[in-house]
Every structure is written in structure tokens, then in C-alpha cells.
Design a protein around this ligand. Structure first.
Ligand SMILES: N[C@@H](CCC(=O)N[C@@H](CS)C(=O)NCC(=O)O)C(=O)O
Ligand SMILES: [Zn+2]
Ligand SMILES: [Zn+2]
Length: 188
């Protein structure tokens, strides 16, 4: 049995790396979409199973990565944007009309990922997008409604795509968070 993980994961098992270095993201509104430009490649692109990240209809995973916030510019529809939950570490700026999250921003300067914005590559106009490198917050899909009995099959499905399923972030990002925490705790 296979389940619909995300269109980018379900459609093609052999992802094509790309030389993508920027472009424009559009929300799903037919009329007057919100548009956001990014001026760099997307790093750490991954699937995220948490309940907070935006997913397309029917998907249980989001696909999301990071870009430097200085290169993220809202070029149309600023008035349609709203912050989903001000209390979250990641302030997700979403289109009020269609619900798509255009970018997620960390405003706390002491956070390890301050300076990076989270974006969904699938919203880019017509460009090939970077392949996800791992699956994060996999167990969280249960909170989103997936039957816990399906988890072995889901993790197998992810591994068959050549991705490693993690229940938090991957070791590179977890080590970055831990290193930052150590340095903050032991700062002179
Ligand atoms: N189990 C929780 C996990 C939420 C979570 O921690 N999400 C991660 C990955 S996006 C995070 O960094 N969240 C910070 C935030 O949303 O501000 C859920 O599914 O809601
Ligand atoms: Zn919209
Ligand atoms: Zn998430």
C-alpha cells in the first residue's frame, strides 16, 4: 500500500538536481496572487510532516527549505498576507484568501536559524526545484490524522524514495541547533 505523501514525492522517484538559483513564488489564488521573489538557491530542502507547515490538498507532508531572508521580497499582494500564529517560532506568512504559506520567518535574533526564511519550492513559477534531501517530523503525521498503524509502511515508502525518515530534523540541522545552544549556554 502506498499513501499520498506529497505530489513532488509521489510523482517521480528519481529527483533531478537543478541549477536553480532563484525565482518567484505564487500563491494559489487565480486572481491577484501573492507573489514573493527569492534570489538564491533553496537549501536543506526536505519533507516535513509537522502539523504547522503548509501542505497542498491531500498531502500529508510539506516540502520546504530555507533561503536567506534578505533575498525574500513580497512583490505583489502584501495586503493579502497574514501571520498564521504570532506565538510560533516560525512566523508563517500566509495568503488570507487561499491559505498558502508564502514564507516562514524567524524573528528571534537569538535563534540558530535567524536570518533564514522557510519557503515551499513547489510554489515557484515554472522552474525545476531542488529535490528534498530527507523527511523530517515523520511521526507528526499521526497528529495530522494518519493512522499510527500505517507508520511502518510510510517510513518504508520514504526510504524507497532514497530519503531518510527522521522524527525531528536531520543530523546536520539538529547538530547546528545543539551547537548553537551549547555556545549560548557557555558564552562568556
Ligand atoms: N509535533 C508537532 C511538531 C511541530 C514542530 O515542532 N514543527 C517544527 C518543524 S516546522 C518546527 O520547527 N516548528 C517551529 C514552528 O513551527 O514555529 C506538530 O506536528 O505540530
Ligand atoms: Zn492566495
Ligand atoms: Zn514543519
Amino acid at each position: 500500500m502506498t499513501i499520498a505523501l506529497h505530489p513532488a514525492l509521489d510523482a517521480d522517484l528519481s529527483f533531478h538536481p537543478t541549477a536553480f538559483t532563484g525565482g518567484a513564488l505564487s500563491c494559489h489564488c487565480q486572481a491577484d496572487p501573492v507573489r514573493v521573489t527569492i534570489d538564491s538557491a533553496i537549501a536543506h530542502n526536505h519533507a516535513c510532516g509537522c502539523t504547522k507547515c503548509w501542505k497542498p490538498q491531500g498531502a500529508v507532508f510539506a516540502v520546504i527549505g530555507v533561503v536567506p531572508r534578505d533575498g525574500v521580497t513580497v512583490v505583489a499582494g502584501q495586503e493579502k498576507l497574514t501571520i498564521v500564529d504570532q506565538k510560533m517560532t516560525i512566523q508563517r506568512h500566509a495568503c488570507r484568501a487561499c491559505g498558502v504559506h508564502m514564507y516562514g520567518r524567524i524573528e528571534d535574533p537569538s535563534h540558530a536559524f535567524f536570518g533564514l526564511d522557510f519557503v515551499h519550492a513547489e510554489l515557484l513559477d515554472g522552474s525545476e526545484v531542488p529535490p528534498p534531501g530527507f523527511a523530517a517530523f515523520v511521526s507528526s503525521i499521526i497528529e495530522g490524522g494518519v493512522d499510527p498503524g500505517e507508520m511502518n509502511a510510510v517510513r518504508e515508502q520514504i526510504r524507497r524514495l532514497g530519503l531518510e525518515p527522521y522524527d525531528c530534523l536531520d543530523p546536520v540541522l539538529m547538530d547546528t541547533l545543539a551547537t548553537h545552544a551549547f555556545r549560548q549556554r557557555h558564552a562568556a
